[in-house]
Design a protein around this ligand. Structure first.
Ligand code: 0X9
Ligand code: ZN
Ligand code: ZN
Length: 309
C-alpha cells in the first residue's frame, strides 16, 4: 500500500497517481507523455488552478536515476503538500493560482522497478535505463548523459557497460525523448526546470558540460543560495550551490544543461540527502524531514520565478 513515508514501488506509485488525480480534479490532472522502453506509461501530473488562459509553468522530474529512491519520494510529497496546503498556505496558493507545476513522479520507471525487483544482490544499485540493443550484452544508458547538451563530450562514457553510458545517440533513450519532446512542445510556457537526484546535498545549475559560466550565472547563484538558506532554516541541513562542472564534476548530456540551452532560464538539479553516511540507502525515517526541508527550497525557487516572469 502507498505511504508518503515509505519508498513505494512502481505499482503503488501508479495506483497513487490514479487515485490522487481523480480525487482532486480542480487542482490536478494527468497525461501520458509516452511509454518507457519496457512499456510502462510515463504519467505527468499537472498541478494548478484551472484557468481559461494558458499559464506559465514549472516542470519538475524525479527518479532520473533508478537507485535514488528519495527522489520519487520527494515528488510524491510535493504533490501531496501542494494539494493539502492550497488555500491555506499563501505561497502555494499564489503559485498554483498563477502557474501550473508539471510533476513527473518517476522518469526512469523501468530502472526504478528493477531496483525494487531485480534478482541480483546489486540490483538495488542500478542507475540507468533498461534498454537493450543487439550487439551488446550490457543494458541501459544513463538518462542524465543522454540529453543533447554537449552530448558525450565530457564526464560520460561511450562504453555500453559503463554506469555513465551516454547512449547510442542523443535522446536514444525513449524516456529522454518523451520528456524532451514534452518540454520542447511547451517551451513557450515552461519558465523553470527542476530535477531531483540524490545524494550530496547540492543545488546545481548550468553548466556541467563546460566550465564556461552560464549567461545568467549570478542570478542563478543568488536564487540557489536563497533556496539553500530556506532549506537550512528547518533542520540546519547544509547545501552547497554552484554550477555543476565545478561543484560536483563536469558531465555532459544532462537534462539541466539541455533545458537551459533550450531557453528555460531557471534550471536546477537538486542532490538531496545525505552526504554519504547512507548515500542511496537513505533510511525511510529520513523521508519526512528530507521532503519537508526540500519543499522550502523548491517553493523558494517557484516564488522567485513567479515574481520574475
Ligand atoms: O551525475 C549526475 O547525473 C548527477 N549526479 S548523480 O549522483 N545523481 O548521478 C549530477 C547532474 C548534474 N548536472 C549535469 N551533469 N548536467
Ligand atoms: Zn542522479
Ligand atoms: Zn508538510
Amino acid at each position: 500500500a502507498h505511504s508518503y513515508t515509505k519508498y513505494n514501488n512502481w505499482n503503488d506509485i501508479q495506483s497513487w497517481i490514479a487515485s490522487i488525480s481523480s480525487s482532486n480534479p480542480n487542482l490536478i490532472s494527468k497525461q501520458v507523455i509516452g511509454n518507457t522502453y519496457e512499456g510502462r506509461p510515463m504519467t505527468l501530473l499537472k498541478l494548478g488552478k484551472k484557468s481559461s488562459s494558458s499559464k506559465p509553468a514549472i516542470f519538475m522530474d524525479c527518479g532520473i536515476h533508478a537507485r535514488e529512491w528519495i527522489s520519487p519520494a520527494f515528488c510524491q510529497w510535493f504533490v501531496k503538500e501542494a494539494l493539502s496546503t492550497y488555500g491555506s498556505d499563501a505561497q502555494m496558493t499564489s503559485l498554483l493560482n498563477q502557474m501550473d507545476v508539471y510533476v513527473l513522479p518517476v522518469f526512469n520507471i523501468d530502472g526504478y522497478d528493477y531496483t525494487h525487483k531485480g534478482r541480483w544482490l546489486n540490483s538495488r544499485m542500478w542507475r540507468k535505463t533498461r534498454s537493450r540493443k543487439s550487439g551488446s550484452s550490457c543494458i541501459g544508458a544513463d538518462p542524465n548523459r543522454n540529453f543533447n547538451a554537449g552530448w558525450c563530450t565530457l564526464g560520460a562514457s561511450s562504453n555500453p557497460c559503463s554506469d555513465t553510458f551516454c547512449g547510442y545517440s542523443p535522446e536514444s533513450e525513449i524516456e529522454v525523448k518523451n520528456v524532451a519532446n514534452f518540454i520542447r512542445r511547451n517551451k513557450a510556457i515552461i519558465k523553470a526546470y527542476i530535477t531531483i537526484h540524490s545524494y550530496s546535498q547540492l543545488l546545481l545549475f548550468p553548466y556541467s558540460y563546460t566550465y564556461d559560466l552560464a549567461q545568467h550565472h549570478s542570478e542563478l547563484m543568488q536564487v540557489a543560495q536563497g533556496a539553500s538558506a530556506a532549506l537550512r532554516s528547518l533542520y540546519g541541513t547544509r547545501y552547497t550551490s554552484g554550477p555543476g562542472a565545478t561543484t560536483i564534476y563536469p558531465a555532459a548530456g544532462g537534462s539541466d544543461d539541455w533545458a537551459y540551452d533550450l531557453g528555460v532560464k531557471y534550471s536546477y538539479t537538486f542532490e538531496l540527502r545525505d552526504t554519504g553516511r547512507y548515500g542511496f540507502l537513505l533510511p525511510e525515517s529520513q523521508i519526512k524531514p528530507t521532503c519537508e526541508e526540500t519543499m522550502l527550497a523548491v517553493k523558494y525557487i517557484a516564488a522567485y520565478v513567479r515574481k520574475n516572469i
